[in-house]
Design a protein. Structure first.
Lengths: 330, 315
């Protein structure tokens, strides 16, 4: 059976003052039905652009999708008209955005914002939608759901608002939810709760989840598979466990070494990745990670490494992954 | 909410008092007085003194002020100092419906043009329609309203003879006579006003269309009309409503000028006549009424805020 979502060689460029800037350079990834997949990378690596491209919500211009395919349930979303695309949004693909404080309309009640998509997509009455909204708010852990329905966004905390956003994303029981940094704007104590709720509900409803984050630490717990993005490309992808135990790209290794881990000796120093991500308008030749990579060889400057399978289900876009592995086992 | 209302109403009353007081003293600072205007500076000293006493102008200015203010509080605006000394209230009551009809119709026409124009310009940014709206806005803003009025008279009254050129017919004579006399002056007054609102709506909409919640509304798969009219437009209205309140003053000022072009005996004519004649009670009364209209329309705007925005409603 084909994957639910298959992004294949997606390319997105932005028209900037200095000409065309490539934001996404040939991203490929898959999400199966009911699966939780993570897309990890630093800010500016192109992960949010990839997510918005799937829903075709990129501001065009300045953005432009210049290549690739986005197959959703076998249909290429890049060839679908605006009206069928609209009927897909919210109905079959839900989205949770990063900023709960600004993602809700300040002038409309929580209930209105929760019921409108159901009325449009499911053709149910407002009363029926409200009944369902109460259940949804309960499911995402909001106390007194009936009362909350009549409240306005400014009367809710950030964590509560993000719960509402999750309820909105799930209200039509979509096949896929894309969550773009859903916890970045929240207190650390709230982050785990929100992720728990999301994971739990997606699992219960059989909804696939594409979780976009810069935090590799949360990924291990919530994702089956992980895609690591750097400078507009997926540089490594694989099962979460395999990728953690035996990373096959120096960037992934760098990310893992720069966060504290329980499976390492306590007090071991954290090692940040030297340098900073490249300016997408002025990418280095060859591998974009080369200037920050201690394993770089001359050939890394000559060609852009493509992701190649190194073991079943595990791909790496590094010419030198064998040296990396050899070092790790030495 | 009720506290919000109370605060705004009290503020409005203070503003009206300040305006009335200012006008009272300013009128008396302006060179010339009613006696001079009446007797053409030709009367003998005794007659002047008699008249001055009769009108109460011989008393100290603060006594005059106190007397006038006390009368106003009781609802008495005084009498014109000319001829048969018609009560000021009667003069204003005759003129006010004309000015209000004119300003009201101008407002309706302006909004009816500005809202669709602004929305089209914002949702089809950089299209031919957007450029057309921008051009219309610049034209509308740069043409003086009395000149537009004269132009309209030449085209629609003199040449095409579709509408009467001058005058006013009260509503009691029928809807069409009333409306036909007002259309041209209302368009003349409303043009600049609609240009301002159209530009405001365009820029406010462009801002709102970039917000996260509009993107969320689109991500929900709502039809375009719902995204624009339920999510974007009400949010864009918040800053626009502010400008509408302020611009309503502009509309009144425009009405005063345009009334003279179209020979409508409204508040504008009463004011200009009163000022030329130094008819103190008439000018004071008319200004008081104009300021009341202005203050009231701004109060309405404040209330409108509360209707639109729950954050104010629950303050």
């Amino acid at each position: 059976m084909p994957a639910l979502l298959e992004i294949d060689g997606l390319e997105v460029t932005f028209a900037g003052e200095a000409g065309l800037v490539p934001a996404v350079r040939g991203v490929s990834l898959e999400v199966d039905r009911g699966e939780m997949v993570a897309l990890v990378g630093e800010s500016g690596s192109g992960k949010s652009v990839t997510a918005l491209a799937v829903l075709r919500l990129l501001p065009e211009p300045p953005a432009r999708i210049t290549g690739g395919r986005i197959l959703f349930d076998g249909v290429d979303l890049l060839r679908v008209g605006e009206e069928p695309m609209r009927r897909l949004r919210g109905r079959r693909i839900g989205m949770v955005f990063q900023e709960p404080m600004t993602s809700l309309n300040p002038l409309l009640s929580v209930g209105r914002q929760l019921t409108e998509a159901m009325e449009v997509h499911l053709g149910i009455s407002r009363r029926q939608a409200e009944r369902r909204a109460v259940e949804l708010l309960e499911a995402v852990g909001i106390p007194d759901p009936e009362g909350r329905l009549r409240q306005y966004p400014h009367q809710l905390s950030g964590g509560m608002r993000q719960r509402v956003m999750i309820a909105i994303a799930l209200c039509c029981e979509p096949d896929l939810v894309i969550a773009d940094e859903p916890t970045t704007a929240l207190d650390v104590t709230i982050q785990a709760q929100i992720l728990e709720v999301m994971q739990d509900l997606c699992a219960r409803l059989g909804v696939a989840l594409l979780l976009i984050t810069h935090n590799l630490a949360i990924v291990a717990r919530y994702a089956h598979r992980v895609n690591v993005m750097y400078a507009g490309r997926v540089v490594e992808s694989g099962e979460a466990v395999a990728l953690y135990r035996r990373p096959a790209h120096p960037y992934t290794l760098g990310l893992l070494d720069s966060v504290p881990r329980l499976d390492r000796p306590r007090g071991a120093p954290l090692e940040p990745i030297p340098g900073s991500p490249p300016d997408p308008a002025a990418l280095p030749s060859g591998c974009a990670f080369r200037p920050r990579c201690r394993l770089a060889r001359p050939r890394c400057a000559e060609a852009v490494p493509d992701p190649v399978p190194i073991e079943p289900g595990h791909r790496s876009a590094c010419f030198e992954y064998r040296r990396l592995r050899a070092e790790a086992t030495a | 909410m009720s506290r919000y209302l109370l605060r705004r109403t009290l503020g409005a009353l203070v503003v009206m008092w300040a305006v009335a007081t200012l006008v009272f003293f300013m009128l008396r600072i302006v060179p010339g007085d009613p006696i001079g205007a009446m007797l053409f500076d030709a009367g003998d000293a005794e007659a002047v003194e008699a008249l001055r006493r009769k009108l109460g102008l011989d008393q100290p200015i603060w006594v005059q002020y106190a007397k006038w203010f006390w009368a106003v509080l009781q609802g008495d605006l005084g009498n014109s100092i000319y001829g048969s000394r018609v009560p000021v209230a009667q003069i204003i009551l005759e003129a006010l419906p004309r000015t209000l009809s004119l300003a009201g119709l101008a407002f309706l026409i302006a909004v009816a043009i500005a809202v669709p124009a602004g929305l089209i310009a914002a949702t089809r940014r950089n299209s031919a329609a957007d450029h057309a709206v921008t051009l219309f806005a610049f034209l509308g803003l740069s043409m003086p309203d009395f000149w537009v009025g004269i132009l309209l008279i030449i085209v629609f009254a003199a040449n095409l003879q579709w509408l009467p050129a001058i005058g006013y017919a009260p509503l009691s004579e029928g809807f069409w006579p009333w409306l036909s006399h007002l259309i041209l002056p209302a368009v003349a007054v409303g043009t600049a006003f609609s240009a301002i609102i159209a530009r405001m709506i365009r820029s406010a909409m462009l801002e709102v269309l970039r917000t996260d919640y509009v993107r969320v509304a689109r991500a929900k798969g709502l039809p375009r009309a719902l995204v624009i009219f339920r999510h974007a437009f009400p949010n864009a209205l918040v800053p626009v409503v502010t400008v509408i309140g302020i611009a309503f003053a502009l509309l009144m000022a425009g009405a005063v000028v345009v009334e003279n072009v179209f020979a409508i005996k409204g508040l504008g004519r009463v004011l200009i006549q009163g000022i030329l004649n130094r008819d103190y009670p008439v000018v004071q009364g008319a200004i008081l009424v104009v300021s009341a209209i202005f203050v009231f329309s701004n109060l309405l705007v404040d209330l409108l805020y509360a209707v639109i925005d729950p954050r104010i409603r629950y303050e």
